[in-house]
Design a binder for this molecule. Structure first.
Ligand SMILES: [Zn+2]
Length: 82
């Protein structure tokens, strides 16, 4: 894990938590999750006529919020498919 100890948003303490199958740093004060070196790898925007299709996030941060379908690589999240 990283050497980060404090939240960049509110200055609260960061705690290591198991999230999405990986250890991540979570702020005790505001719930901010520190993703180390996230890099967007894909984004899909589906438009039909005057409507845009959104997906609902299943996990924190912003669980249940609507968003475009996106993904990122966080260093340890590579999965192989057969
Ligand atoms: Zn915070």
């Amino acid at each position: 894990m990283t050497a980060y100890r404090f939240c960049p948003k509110c200055g609260g303490g960061l705690l290591a938590q198991l999230m999405e199958g990986q250890e991540r740093l979570l702020c005790e004060g505001c719930g901010f999750v520190l993703y180390v070196n996230p890099r967007p790898t894909a984004c899909a925007v589906i438009v039909e006529r005057d409507e845009v299709m959104l997906v609902r996030r299943a996990v924190a941060p912003a669980a249940a919020a609507g968003t475009c379908q996106v993904g990122f690589w966080s260093g340890a999240s590579i999965r192989q498919r057969d």
